[in-house]
Design a protein around this ligand. Structure first.
Ligand SMILES: [Cu+2]
Length: 458
């Protein structure tokens, strides 16, 4: 049959009578938030009951080319509402997944269509943004990898999600998610550290070149990581390539932070290469690789910088809008009062409401934004941590840079770890319109007050 305008029209109308579900399943993958059981610890322990995307933890790795469109239908099969935040993606505000700010929470049995493109290559992740202390602690997260068009040549490209679980003797998740001692201190710290490698890898060869994409998915724990039997460089932080790779020493990743490293295996056949957690009291092997042979010693040369992403970077920060941000509260923080839901409260009343930390004197999401910016405006945010705990501040929708003490600009980040009593300054060009939350990613702290927001006008 010849193709005519008439037959094309008939074809188009035939398409519209296809059942909606059949059409969706061909084109849009479903991510189902639901309960599941996984072998988390070892065969010696019972399976752990988790909440995960498609019932697994981590959820399925999403891996696409730079510039691709991602469509996922979130199906909520949990008994409580949920949403998905696509962490680190310069995304349309409506797809950012923050309940009460960019969308309504997805109720049990309901669904929500996420549909966005990924402008930047790099290592990102997705996770729940509702009742986050509990939902992230129970396993609602996964990796989101955006590949460069010309990725550096490596023998293994491995995503390493590092988590910190609080388990009981039967390997079940401790259900006490709102212990005020956790909230007022360093958060819900676990007793079982686990690295999940995608793809699962247990063998390597000497001289092989390996890309490791570390993602700290822990609820609250800062991860200090060391590599043994491998040598290399850090090539990206929070998804964004560094201008020049820096020599890999120990990595210190706050919750939600990522680092891409490219290493050459130096361990000899018969030895092991390892990824370890460096703790104050003990070191823990998170992953070990048997070295089964020797790859040919082809000269690969030094690792080059990854191609830059098309991101607006800081140019001039002299005389731009400056909005200070001050953290107060927590144990030993001396918080006497703060505003919560528009009402001034004394410390005891704040604590009664589960609010232990304040940003500029306000606990919880304030009515007015921290900054109200016009499109293209540059803003500086000097941050003062008047608490005795570290905080990992995460800005949605755009990356920022640190203004270093010498006036230079640091690497692009979406999450910055601010140490106790420390003062740091960040700045960014506000080129992504919308209402963007800015919060501590120690999720026990955000549940207990550490969240504000920034408005960027179109
Ligand atoms: Cu915090």
């Amino acid at each position: 049959m010849n193709l005519t305008r008439r037959s094309l029209l008939a074809g188009a109308s035939a398409l519209t009578v296809l059942p909606k579900f059949g059409f969706a399943s061909e084109n849009i993958d479903i991510l189902e938030a639901r309960t599941g059981a996984v072998s988390l610890v070892s065969d010696q322990y019972p399976d752990t009951q988790i909440w995960g995307y498609d019932g697994t933890v981590p959820g399925p790795e999403i891996r696409v080319a730079q510039g691709a469109r991602i469509q996922r239908k979130l199906l909520n099969s949990l008994d409580e509402p949920t949403t998905i935040h696509w962490h680190g993606i310069r995304i349309d505000n409506a797809m950012d997944g923050v309940p009460g700010v960019t969308q309504d929470a997805v109720q049990p049995g309901d669904e929500f269509d996420y549909d966005f493109t990924v402008p930047d290559a790099g290592t990102y992740w997705y996770h729940s943004h509702y009742n986050t202390t509990e939902q992230i602690s129970r396993g609602l997260y996964g990796a989101l990898i955006v590949e460069e068009p010309n990725a550096p040549e490596v023998d293994h490209d491995i995503t390493v999600l590092v988590d910190d679980w609080r388990l009981n003797q039967d390997a079940q998740i401790d259900p006490d998610f709102d212990r005020s001692h956790d909230w007022s201190h360093g958060g819900r710290l676990g007793n079982f550290l686990k690295a999940t490698l995608i793809p699962e890898t247990s063998e390597m060869q000497q001289n092989q070149r390996v890309r490791l994409r570390f993602i700290c998915v822990a609820t609250d724990r800062i991860m200090s990581l060391a590599m043994v039997g491998m040598q290399g460089v850090v090539v990206a932080r929070d998804g964004m390539p560094l201008d020049a790779p820096i020599r890999l020493e120990q990595l210190r990743l706050g919750p939600a932070q990522r680092a891409d490293v490219i290493v050459d295996i130096t361990a000899a056949p018969g030895e092991k290469a390892m990824i370890g957690f460096v703790g104050p009291d003990q070191n823990i092997v998170l992953a070990g690789f048997d070295i089964t042979g020797q790859a040919s010693l082809a000269a690969r040369g030094t690792v080059a910088a990854l191609p830059a992403n098309p991101v607006q970077r800081l140019q001039n920060v002299e005389g731009v809008k400056t909005v200070p941000l001050v953290f107060e509260g927590g144990a030993m923080g001396g918080l006497r009062q703060g505003t919560y839901q528009g009402k001034l409260m004394m410390a005891a009343e704040l604590i009664e409401n589960g609010q232990i930390w304040t940003l500029n004197g306000t606990a919880g999401l304030p009515i007015d934004p921290l900054a109200d910016l016009s499109s293209g405006e540059t803003v500086r945010i000097p941050i003062t941590n008047n608490t005795v705990f570290a905080h990992a501040m995460h800005l949605h929708g755009t990356h920022f840079q640190e203004i270093m003490p010498d006036g230079s600009f640091g690497p692009l980040l979406d999450t910055i770890l601010i140490e106790p009593r420390e003062t740091r300054e960040i700045a960014f060009v506000a080129d992504n319109p919308g209402d963007w939350v800015f919060h501590c990613h120690m999720v026990s702290h955000v549940s207990a007050g550490m969240i504000t927001w920034i408005k960027v006008r179109a």
